[in-house]
Write a new protein. Structure first.
Length: 725
């Protein structure tokens, strides 16, 4: 019968991993399984270097606690003088390191009763959040750290029995009502008709036989008294004339702690009484009114510090106590470190002359329905807040950007974030882990912020199939501890997920890489090690921009790795730099970082016809860099290839062939003297390989050899089949 012949050439492997394709629908160059091969912008695939340490440190965390709490987190801090510092934090410990070898510790912070969960920097100052707020300042090689409390104006007051009718003028006054009145403009002495300073509340009650309501302000009864020397005094007879002019009175004369409201009210009141001894002294027991857990998320936006993720638990509350779990606080425009936690207006809202809110003021925003914020990040001119039950944005209401007087809050998505450290901003896009895939938030051409899950149809099955033996469930436990970072040089977003693969707790790290330029995924695996975080170094690396992806990654991405087990483990900064392609693991044991790709099954246009591939031509980049003093080649390559026919899933089908060596340089140059650093005469090594077997579909598997490079550039094959079959 007549044979049909088809030639197939593939020299751009840019589509990466696709776990969601039908077996009959793979596109040329897609892989259905792969690990430890880098995607390159030129379409080639390079074996990654081994993960190896730069500098080791003693670390007091046990390996078990690292698993339980997601390991160590990182932040790269650029100080005002452009000094780069590496910050690592886990539970209640913070370490600030130099960014130059050997990455020595410059400062540490140990918290009591709280854990660090979020770090940012504003105006060169590091802000550390985890129930409490700490501000770190760098100067001349040293770091100073101090605790700060979030301060707000008391816009709530305390329960005083008038909540059902704020216009009630009581015949006698309670201490709680007196505090509320002082917080509503009655907290400063005023003059009577004899030009003597008096307590305005007492004066009101003495003259009128009842006391002010919560709808009145002292300004309603102040006028100048004529005479040789006019002065402003109280005219209590004016208050009945203006009664009912306002449904409520402005609050916020006192500045209090946003969390420990009761105790800070007592402090503020005592300070006010000391400042104004003319005021009537009274005894009051404030409700505790405390939010027990402070912010778990801190961000930087519009020249301000932002705080969210307050606890739901409250102690000693009353009817006026605020619920802060859905509240986002923002500071005043930061001019110095004292402004970081000033989340209030500079002007007194109860004042007659300076009560206007101004653009640079601080404050807070209630986002109704928001539950458990995980992270904040900025894209373009807006702050994105990612919670477990959705995503919101805060942005300016006009063309001038966010101000305290002009802003908008919009809900972007109902898909929440399951991993706070998976959030990565890359080239005006924000990526985060959701329950069923990786989501992206971006600003469209209409300047609207939109969110979508972009892994469906690409790697959603891979993502949802990540399994951690220790949790016994798919995705949730493993993915909630995922960490992400963006490398702007290679334009890749990288996420790591640390797992335990079996009952013996053997660790494994999965790294999912998304190439923004190619819009494709690749993966890495590091076995027998615990990698707890990764970060972009922020060093000036423009000089290496022309190198391959793996060479750039070697110098741009750092990994925080634990490689010894014990109550006092050893951790280190590591990079993909080992030229023998070995990863360091527990016990300082180096293991070969095998790399593999199985390309998607090709049906060559007809799934009903059995085909043969007589020959497969492989093109690979030459890697030899010379000879040693015994004449052995340095930096040799190896590439093992085998074929899978008819969608075979097991070798028992006899449809999976044997491996053959595809890297066979056809011309070897030997120098006259050894050692030598002579480069190969040809850039590409091409081999023509006999392929055995037949079937309706063909998949090609590529695997590396220990301690050998592997840089695949392309292949060509001819397919023959019976067109009448």
């Amino acid at each position: 019968m007549p044979k049909q012949r088809l030639k197939s050439e593939l020299n751009t492997f840019v589509k990466g991993l696709n776990s969601d394709r039908s077996p009959l629908n793979y596109q040329p160059g897609e892989t259905k399984l792969e690990y430890n091969f880098e995607l390159n912008i030129d379409g080639s695939r390079d074996r990654r270097y081994g993960l190896d340490t730069d500098a080791a440190f003693t670390y007091i965390r046990s390996i078990e606690s690292l698993y339980s709490y997601g390991g160590v987190n990182s932040y790269v801090w650029v100080a005002p003088d452009n000094t780069i510092l590496y910050v690592f934090y886990s539970l209640n410990l913070v370490e600030i390191h130099s960014s130059t070898f050997p990455y020595s510790i410059i400062a540490t912070l140990s918290l009591t009763g709280s854990s660090v969960t979020s770090i940012t920097d504003v105006d060169g100052r590091l802000i550390i959040a985890g129930n409490k707020i700490y501000v770190a300042t760098y100067s001349s090689g040293s770091v100073s750290i101090e605790e700060q409390r979030i301060k707000v104006r008391d816009v709530w007051g305390i329960e005083d029995g008038t909540e059902g009718d704020l216009s009630v003028r009581p015949s006698s006054i309670t201490s709680t009502h007196r505090y509320n009145l002082q917080n509503q403009s009655w907290g400063i002495p005023r003059k009577d008709d004899t030009n003597t300073l008096v307590d305005p509340i007492t004066k009101y009650g003495t003259d009128l036989s009842y006391f002010p309501s919560n709808t009145e302000q002292v300004w309603q009864g102040l006028q100048f008294q004529a005479g040789a020397t006019p002065f402003e005094r109280m005219y209590t007879n004016m208050f009945p004339e203006t009664y009912g002019a306002s449904p409520s009175s402005a609050k916020g004369y006192f500045i209090i702690d946003a969390l420990t409201r009761g105790a800070s009210r007592a402090t503020a009141l005592a300070a006010n009484n000391a400042k104004y001894p003319t005021l009537t002294n009274y005894t009051i027991t404030f409700p505790q009114d405390e939010t027990t857990t402070g912010p778990s998320v801190v961000g930087s936006f519009a020249g301000r510090a932002w705080f969210a993720g307050f606890g739901k638990e409250q102690t000693g509350t009353d009817k006026r106590s605020p619920y802060l779990a859905d509240t986002v606080f923002f500071s005043q425009l930061i001019k110095d470190k004292t402004d970081v936690t000033k989340c209030y207006s500079e002007g007194d809202p109860t004042s007659r002359d300076s009560n206007d809110l101004v653009d640079t003021d601080g404050g807070f925003i209630k986002i109704l329905g928001m539950l458990d914020p995980q992270a904040m990040a900025v894209i373009r001119d807006r702050l994105v807040i990612l919670a477990k039950n959705g995503v919101w944005e805060i942005l300016g209401g006009g063309s001038t950007g966010f101000t305290a007087t002009n802003y908008m809050v919009n809900k972007i998505s109902d898909v929440g974030c399951i991993a706070r450290y998976s959030v990565v901003v890359a080239e005006d896009k924000l990526f985060y882990f959701g329950a069923s895939g990786i989501n992206v938030v971006e600003v469209n051409q209409n300047n609207d912020t939109v969110a979508s899950e972009f892994t469906t149809g690409i790697v959603r099955q891979y993502y949802t199939g990540i399994y951690d033996y220790s949790s016994g469930v798919y995705a949730r436990n493993a993915l909630t501890h995922a960490k992400g970072a963006f490398d702007p040089i290679t334009k890749k977003v990288r996420w790591i997920v640390s797992l335990r693969r079996n009952a013996q707790n053997v660790p494994e790290v999965l790294e999912l890489c998304f190439d923004i330029a190619l819009k494709a995924f690749s993966t890495n695996r590091v076995q027998n090690a615990f990698v707890s975080t990764l970060f972009y170094s922020k060093k000036n690396l423009s000089s290496i921009s022309g190198e391959s992806s793996r060479n750039i990654t070697r110098d741009t991405m750092f990994y925080h790795i634990v490689y010894q087990v014990g109550s006092a483990g050893v951790y280190a900064l590591a990079r993909y730099k080992n030229p023998l392609f070995k990863d360091i693991g527990f016990g300082s044991l180096y293991l070969d970082a095998e790399a593999k790709m199985i390309f998607g099954d090709s049906i060559f246009g007809d799934s009903g016809v059995k085909k043969q591939v007589p020959f497969l031509t492989i093109h690979m980049r030459r890697t030899e860099t010379g000879f040693d003093n015994l004449g052995a080649m340095l930096n040799t390559s190896g590439c093992l290839i085998r074929t899978h026919w008819d969608w075979a899933a097991s070798e028992t089908t006899n449809k999976i062939g044997s491996y053959f060596q595809a890297y066979r340089p056809n011309r070897l140059y030997f120098p006259s003297t050894f050692p030598s650093t002579d480069s190969p005469e040809f850039e590409i090594a091409t081999s023509r390989n006999k392929v055995r077997g037949l079937g309706r579909a063909l998949a090609i598997e590529v695997k590396t050899e220990a301690e050998k490079d592997c840089r695949l550039v392309g292949w060509a094959l001819s397919v023959t089949g019976n067109k009448n079959e």
